[in-house]
Design a protein around this ligand. Structure first.
Ligand SMILES: NC(=O)c1ccc[n+]([C@@H]2O[C@H](COP(=O)([O-])OP(=O)(O)OC[C@H]3O[C@@H](n4cnc5c(N)ncnc54)[C@H](OP(=O)(O)O)[C@@H]3O)[C@@H](O)[C@H]2O)c1
Length: 224
C-alpha cells in the first residue's frame, strides 16, 4: 500500500520504518523538506537523512505525502496537528487517516496535561475529522510508546491496542496493520468519540512511565 505519514519525528520514523519493512511504499511529509531539515538532529529519532538511507523510503512536503497515499497517518505534535491536517487538505478525501497524535501541553514540563481545547466533549481526533470530513479518521496507537506500536512483544503478557472511529471498514484496515506488527489484543472503543477516552489515558500512561521508570508499559482490559 502507498502510505503517507505526516510528521518525521520518533513516531513517524518508527511507523514508517516498520511499514516499509513490510513492503509498503512510505512517504514522510514534513513542512519543509529541505536538505538542511533532513540533516537536522531530532530528539529520540534519527535525522531524516539517516532514516531515508536506512529504509529506502521518501520524504516530501505534507500535501504531496497525503495526495500520493492510499492511507495516511498523522504523527505530528498535538498542538500542530490541525495545521498539518489543513495542509494535507483534500489529499485526505476518502482515505483512512490514522491519528496517532496526543493533544498534550508540555509548557509546564513533566508531566504534561491535556490541552484544554481538546478536552471535554471533544477530542483532537474529532476536531481533525471536522477539518477533513471526507477522511475516514481512526484514532489508534496513541496510548503506547513508539517502539511498542510496531513491536508489542517488547512488553510481556497480554496488553491492549485501543482504537476508535466512525468507519468500520477503516477500522478493519487499521486492525490489519496492527496485526502485521504483532498485535493480537485490539480493543474497539466504538465511534470516534472513543478518542476522548484514549486521549485522556495519556496522563495515566505518562504517570506509569514516570513511576515505573520505563516507557515499555501498557494497559490490559479484563472483564467479569
Ligand atoms: N513518541 C512516542 O512514543 C509517542 C507515543 C504515542 C503517541 N505519540 C504522539 O505522536 C505524535 C508524534 O510524536 P513524536 O514523538 O514523533 O513527536 P516529535 O518527534 O516531536 O515529531 C513531531 C512532528 O510534528 C511535526 N509538527 C509539529 N508542528 C507541526 C505543524 N504545525 N505542522 C506540521 N507538522 C508539525 C514536526 O514537523 P517538522 O519535522 O516539520 O518540525 C515533527 O515532524 C505526538 O502527537 C505524540 O503525542 C508519541
Amino acid at each position: 500500500m502507498n502510505i503517507g505519514i505526516i510528521g518525521g519525528g520518533s513516531v513517524g520514523q518508527t511507523l514508517g520504518a516498520a511499514l516499509a519493512a513490510r513492503g509498503h511504499a512510505v512517504v514522510i511529509g514534513i513542512r519543509n523538506p529541505s536538505g538542511e531539515e533532513l540533516a537536522k538532529p531530532r530528539a529520540q529519532a534519527d535525522t531524516l537523512e539517516a532514516w531515508l538511507a536506512r529504509t529506502g523510503s521518501r520524504v516530501s512536503d505534507i500535501p504531496t505525502a497525503a495526495a500520493g497515499a492510499e492511507l495516511v497517518i498523522n504523527a505530528t505534535k498535538g498542538d500542530g496537528s490541525i495545521a498539518a491536517i489543513r495542509a494535507a487538505g483534500h489529499g485526505l478525501d476518502g482515505k483512512v487517516l490514522i491519528d496517532v497524535a496526543n493533544p498534550l501541553d508540555f509548557s509546564r514540563g513533566m508531566p504534561p496535561f491535556l490541552m484544554a481545547e481538546y478536552a471535554g466533549p471533544t477530542s483532537l481526533a474529532e476536531q481533525i475529522q471536522a477539518v477533513v470530513p471526507g477522511a475516514r479518521v481512526v484514532k489508534a496507537f496513541n496510548t503506547v510508546a513508539a517502539a511498542v506500536m510496531v513491536n508489542p512483544g517488547l512488553i510481556p503478557g497480554p496488553h491492549d491496542l485501543f482504537m476508535a472511529g466512525n468507519d468500520t471498514i477503516a477500522k478493519e484496515t487499521v486492525s490489519g496493520i496492527a496485526r502485521s506488527f504483532g498485535w493480537t489484543e485490539i480493543v474497539d472503543l466504538g465511534d470516534l468519540a472513543g478518542a476522548r477516552a484514549t486521549e485522556s489515558l495519556l496522563p495515566i500512561w505518562v504517570r506509569l512511565w514516570m513511576t515505573g521508570g520505563s516507557p515499555l508499559v501498557n494497559l490490559h482490559v479484563t472483564r467479569g
